[in-house]
Design a protein around this ligand. Structure first.
Ligand code: PLP
Length: 406
């Protein structure tokens, strides 16, 4: 099997597994049990990991809330700010290309009386498909706006949003900015101060950490975000999220993110890795695209293009390992079924309970048929050049066969 579905999830990094094992064996004490030495030992490990993890994001340790993943973080960010008793504003602004873990809480807030405005994004035939229209955003975000929620990087077409410019518009009128950075973290450098966001969601299993653990950054240093807890009980994590913390998960998440920063030379302890990970992955994406387009000139790229020479990762407009192509008139599902040894996706794995066509591709103007004929590839750390060559061979052979059948 060739796994090209790194946007759905990533394999666990060996360094994350190694860091987690002691917490699942001898260091099993509850980090909240500080009455005894065993509990204090775990609490200290967690504290150290939290400080370092926060540091990688440009945050302070008391600005992180650990959760079960990005879905919970998004729920906490949206409900926690909008339903806070001191929240007087009743308008929320977003885009239609968000993940369901943002869109569904927004629907619920709308039912509870909030006005939710979706600003259009650039269409498939523009330079930067999926990028929010900053002019329209400026017209919509006003003194009634409680929250703007716009993802940093899209999970289907890889579009990276100009968050700093969005933040400026929000803060001019006192609105909060939340970003779902689930697909960005570990793939591009992320710094909460450079982006100037107030809340940011992330999930360990997207950057080679374990599943079922993630976090929400909540700004407290320069502006104090008011957040109402959504899970109440024992008052853990400064009362922001009750429940015994997932100690092994947090330690694994920290080790995994540190690994990403090292392999990309974004942290002090960066290894001399030759070609940094994101450049290697972007090279593999280029290779896959070149192989496909050479033999299938009618194939079209969904989402932003990329320059042949990359500058810095912080300047990217599309995630380095993301490729999304339309193979019309061949259906994505047919291709996937015909090449069962290739793990790719036709849309977002996270909405697999709901099979319809991709709402992201529809939002950038693709027809129902074009969206149904599209596949998403997510290339990552453990992919090799051979993987890419073989995947291209399989896909091209299958396309030829399927075309003869229609
Ligand atoms: N947000 C985005 C952009 C995602 O890609 C995903 C998962 O695919 C999620 C949220 C949900 O993350 P989790 O699985 O950690 O709940």
């Amino acid at each position: 099997m060739i796994y090209l579905d790194y946007h759905a999830t990533t394999p666990l990094a060996p360094e994350a597994l190694e860091a987690m094992l002691p917490l699942m064996q001898e260091l099993y004490a509850n980090a909240g049990s500080t009455t005894h030495a065993a509990g204090r030992q775990v609490a200290e490990l967690i504290e150290r990991a939290t400080v370092e993890l926060a540091g990688l994001l440009g945050a302070a340790d008391d600005e992180l809330v650990f959760t079960s993943g990005a879905t919970e973080s998004n729920n906490l960010a949206l409900f926690g700010t909008c339903l806070h008793p001191r929240q007087k504003r009743r308008k929320i602004v977003s885009v239609a290309t968000e993940h369901k873990a943002v869109l569904d809480p927004l629907l619920r807030l709308e039912r509870q009386g909030f006005e939710v405005v979706y600003v259009p994004v650039a269409q498939f035939d523009s330079l930067q498909p999926g990028v929010v229209d900053l002019g329209q955003l400026a017209e919509v975000v006003d003194e009634q706006t409680a929250l703007v929620t716009i993802m940093l990087a899209n999970n289907e077409i890889g579009t990276i949003q100009p968050l700093r410019a969005i933040a400026d518009q929000c803060h001019r009128v006192g609105a909060l900015l939340h970003t779902d950075a689930t697909q960005a973290l570990g793939r591009i450098p992320v710094d909460v101060d450079l982006l100037d966001v107030d809340l940011m969601s992330f999930s360990a299993h997207k950057f080679y950490g374990p599943k079922g653990v993630g976090g929400l950054y909540v700004r407290r240093k320069t502006r104090r975000v008011k957040l109402q807890p959504q899970i109440v009980g024992g008052g853990q994590q400064h009362n922001y999220r009750s429940g015994t913390i997932n100690t092994a998960g947090i330690i694994g998440m920290h080790a995994a993110l540190l690994g990403c920063y090292r392999l990309n030379a974004w942290s002090d302890g960066a290894e001399s890795v030759g070609v940094v990970e994101w450049r290697r992955v972007a090279g593999l994406r280029q290779r896959l695209y070149d192989r496909l387009i050479q033999r299938e000139p009618s194939l079209s790229l969904n989402g932003p293009g990329w320059p042949s020479e990359f500058g810095e990762a912080g300047e990217l407009t599309r995630l380095p390992g993301n490729l999304n192509c339309c193979f019309y008139p061949i259906e994505g599902q047919s291709l996937m079924m015909d090449v069962p040894e290739l793990a790719v996706s036709s849309g977002s794995a996270c909405t697999s309970a709901e099979p319809g066509t991709s709402h992201v591709l529809r939002a950038i103007g693709l027809t129902e048929e074009q969206a149904r004929s599209s596949l998403r590839f997510g290339i990552g750390r453990f992919n090799t050049e051979q993987d890419i060559e073989l995947a291209a061979d399989w896909l091209l052979a299958s396309l030829e066969k399927l075309r003869r059948l229609i």
